[in-house]
Design a protein. Structure first.
Length: 513
């Protein structure tokens, strides 16, 4: 997902962003005559829903959303994707003419119905009858201490901007430079004293970087707002173009996938209705290899997961087919796709990383889901931070869940230097009753138990992105948060909760108490 309401996916990020269900048109099927008895109708509605919904993504239970959200937001969009127009506005009503042409070419919304009106009404009624009346809230939030005494908070302001719109925070540990991307196209470099060292301006928001000895590279998303237009560009730091016409790219990596001695470039094009996961052999723009042709590629890691000597790709896919996907390297530029973990399309996957929590030599998965800039902008009790443990055969089972509305990212590091992995997590995609809980530090106490802390200073922003590193060069790991506030109205909501300052960044300096 998933849409980031006219902003990032962050994040993307984004993120997010961006959870409108993506339903590929399917051939109509001939169904037996269905009974008009109410109970039979409910059963047939369930069968139809599972047939058509599960043909494109994991089946979403009616219990995941409330009746109003199903009725007014999600089901109308599903109807469009099944070619049903009766009673609904046009799917193109908020698009400009150029966008309409691109969406029509992609055949996102079929012109002719794929199912009958009768069948559609059964699906509709099935969801409305079986959905809860109100959104399910988190019944029990783990106790979050109000102050993480291990960190000293320092707000950082860059230039004089009314609203912080940070889209990227990346730390170059070799040169001790902290790079900050802004939605307005600016890229800032802060030195070790956190003073502005240099500034660049690009056509769109920087969302990722790759540091090189000669000329580092900057990935710009093109359009923060969801679009089919391919306006993303990969630049060198001095603004030379490496790749262009990218579909809202959000992350990239370099690795020698085919063991030919040359670094290959892998790019996640999140897109909107369409997107790609692809790699360029030797970084050559003329040697493009497409791994996936669908939207939602959010983040990837390159590891030898099966320990066969070849580098594999592990990718987080958002949008409809949400999950963690494994691209096993078969050699000779061939990859085999499989699913490690998958979720219904409303879960809002936002970030992941591979870490070995139990030190058994096998990589586990730290995952966040909380992207809520989509059709179902209600609080979801299944948002939060999750750990999936690897059984040694690359099969993953969830062993930990920390509920947190709107979770955008989590990173696992040994912040307190006691030999185990702690977790830093942030929330962006939701309005929190206690905005200071937009940052949560989960201290590992052993036996799959974490104590949760926050800091009052975290109330001063909405944290889309986060980076960790030894910012102050004292030998431990610090945390830097990047804030993205969408509008004056959103800012006023925080002001009404007592927030007075809105820095672009919040530095959490680790003092290891």
């Amino acid at each position: 997902m998933k849409k980031l309401i006219v902003l990032f996916c962050f994040v993307i990020f984004i993120t997010a962003l961006f959870a409108i269900p993506f339903l590929t048109p399917i051939k109509p099927v001939v169904l037996k005559t269905l009974s008009t008895d109410l109970n039979q109708d409910k059963e047939s509605g369930a069968s139809l829903a599972k047939l058509y919904c599960a043909s494109c993504h994991l089946f979403p239970s009616p219990s995941l959303l409330d009746q109003t959200t199903w009725k007014n937001k999600v089901l109308p969009n599903m109807a469009w994707r099944l070619g049903i127009r009766a009673g609904y506005a046009s799917p193109y009503h908020d698009m400009d003419s150029s966008e309409v042409r691109l969406v029509k070419v992609a055949n996102i919304y079929p012109n002719n119905p794929i199912i009958s009106i009768t069948q559609w009404k059964k699906i509709f009624n099935y969801y409305i009858i079986n959905a809860p009346k109100d959104p399910k809230s988190i019944k029990f939030l783990p106790l979050i201490q109000k102050r993480a005494s291990q960190f000293i908070a320092q707000p950082i302001f860059i230039e004089d901007k009314e609203l912080p719109k940070t889209t990227m925070v990346k730390f170059d540990s070799i040169h001790s430079l902290l790079y900050i991307g802004d939605a307005r196209g600016e890229l800032y470099a802060l030195n070790s004293r956190l003073k502005l060292d240099h500034k660049w301006v690009y056509p769109s928001a920087p969302v990722d970087m790759h540091f090189q000895s000669s000329n580092s590279e900057v990935l710009c998303i093109g359009s923060v707002a969801p679009t089919e237009k391919k306006e993303g560009v990969l630049f060198t730091l001095d603004s030379s173009i490496i790749l262009s016409t990218l579909a809202r790219p959000v992350s990239m990596e370099y690795a020698d996938l085919n063991a030919d001695g040359k670094l290959d470039l892998i790019i996640c094009e999140f897109g909107n209705h369409t997107g790609k996961l692809k790699w360029y052999d030797g970084g050559d723009r003329l040697k493009e290899n497409i791994l996936l042709s669908r939207p939602g590629a959010r983040k990837l890691e390159i590891v030898d997961l099966n320990k066969d000597g070849k580098l594999d790709l592990i990718v987080l896919m958002a949008q409809a087919q949400e999950g963690i996907y494994y691209f096993e390297n078969l050699g000779k530029n061939k990859f085999k796709e499989s699913v490690l973990i998958n979720f219904p399309p409303v879960y809002g996957l936002s970030y992941f990383e591979l870490v070995d929590f139990n030190k058994d030599g096998f990589l586990d998965i730290l995952l966040t889901n909380g992207d809520n800039w989509d059709l179902s902008r209600v609080k979801k009790n299944f948002h939060g931070v999750r750990i999936f443990m690897n059984n040694g055969r690359n099969q993953f089972t969830q062993t930990f869940f920390f509920p947190l509305y709107g979770t955008s990212k989590a990173l696992a590091r040994d912040f307190d230097d006691d030999g185990d992995l702690d977790i830093a997590a942030i929330s962006f995609y939701d309005e929190l009753e206690k905005p200071e809980e937009g940052f949560v530090y989960l201290k590992n106490m052993g036996n799959n138990y974490f104590e949760a802390f926050s800091t009052p200073a975290a109330a001063n922003g909405k944290w889309l992105t986060m980076e960790v590193g030894d910012i102050d060069k004292d030998g431990d790991i610090d945390i830097i948060l990047g804030s993205f506030i969408y509008s004056i109205a959103e800012m006023m909501g925080l002001i009404n909760k007592g927030v007075e300052h809105f820095p672009q960044l919040l530095l959490l300096t680790n003092i290891k108490k």
